[in-house]
Design a protein around this ligand. Structure first.
Ligand code: NDP
Length: 298
């Protein structure tokens, strides 16, 4: 029987609807949750993401602002903008869009964002809090979105062998930090694979829950998947396609058709994990506004 397709668009819509309800409740107390995205330079893909974030904020009844800075912005100038946003009580979430121009060190910028406004969950304080299972943490949006998908489909992850392919800070390692925690939608035995892993397929075939975050189109094929496994495809890769107006189509890190025949559940690309990221960003921003406590009844 082919795998059940996990509908990321539907789950993301539900998260956004809940965000809108929480934002409306805050607004009654005079607090409008506000997210400010800082975009340095003119990377075309980043401009699209940033526009989508702003639009989603407005649709949820939140303030969404983008500060656009020239590609020549110095690190000191960018840090000064971050300092100003940190000090502004009307701004609850700050995100500096990656990639940043080469004169700017992303880690220095991320460390400058006040941890309580770091709705991307990249500040070392939040990374550490996620690892120790602190409930106040802002978890990075994409891995947190994966957990919400698992929850939405009633997938019982406790005791599962979870194999994550990819060890980046923003996806693979953060995903491992979440899945290893005790508690719902986690409680897994986690293995993290990477480019130096010996015999990758031997690991992936052990996975009850296989999470691919590699950045290589259709790299994980059906023969690398254990029958009945839950397959989560984080990858978003552009593949040339002359039949498309854009000249490309999107493909995940998993070969969908062959994986579909083996897995029990699978996320498509597009329409899977990717739809969750902005929804979780807004959810984190509303939480930041709630946690800021300003003007709220005790
Ligand atoms: P990175 O390039 O930062 O990390 C890729 C990871 O894959 C690395 O750890 C790398 O190992 C590992 N890897 C590469 N080749 C192999 C291989 N042959 N065998 C095993 N492991 C390998 O990517 P990201 O984590 O940032 O992103 C991963 C994917 O997820 C991309 O397609 C990206 O576009 C997508 N993404 C999607 C998001 C969404 O909203 N849906 C958000 C963020 C990312 P090593 O460390 O050894 O180099």
């Amino acid at each position: 029987m082919p795998a059940e397709i996990i509908d990321g668009a539907a789950v993301a819509s539900k998260v956004l609807a809940d965000v809108a309800i929480s934002a409306a409740a805050l607004a009654k107390h005079g607090v409008v949750p506000g997210l400010t995205v800082v975009l340095v330079g003119d990377d075309a893909a980043s401009a699209v993401y940033v526009g989508a974030k702003e639009k989603a904020c407005h649709a949820a009844g939140m303030n969404g602002e983008t500060i656009r800075l020239p590609a020549t912005t110095t690190q000191a100038e960018l840090l000064a903008v971050v300092d100003r946003l940190n000090a502004d009580p009307a701004i609850h979430g700050i995100l500096v869009q990656s990639p940043m121009p080469k004169q700017i060190d992303p880690q220095t910028v991320i460390r400058r964002i006040a941890p309580e406004k770091d709705v991307d969950g990249f500040h070392p304080i939040n990374v550490g809090k996620v690892l120790i299972g602190d409930r106040d943490a802002f978890a990075p949006c994409t891995p947190a979105g994966v957990q919400v998908l698992l929850e939405a489909y009633g997938i019982k992850t406790a005791g599962m062998d979870c194999v994550i392919v990819g060890r980046s800070n923003i996806v693979g390692k953060a995903m491992a930090s979440l899945m290893i925690q005790p508690g719902p939608h986690a409680d897994c035995t986690v293995t993290v694979c990477h480019s130096r892993t010996r015999d990758l397929a031997a690991h992936t075939r052990q996975a009850d829950l296989l999470i691919a975050a590699i950045g290589k189109p259709e790299f994980i094929t059906g023969d690398m998947i254990k029958p009945g496994a839950v397959v989560i495809d984080v990858g978003v890769n552009r593949v040339d396609d002359a039949t498309k107006k854009t000249g490309f189509r999107l493909r995940g890190d998993v070969h969908f058709d062959s994986a579909m025949e083996v897995a029990s559940f699978i996320t498509p690309v597009p329409g899977g994990v990717g739809r969750m990221t902005i929804a979780m960003l807004l959810r984190n921003t509303v939480r930041a506004a709630e946690m800021s406590g300003a003007n709220l009844p005790i």
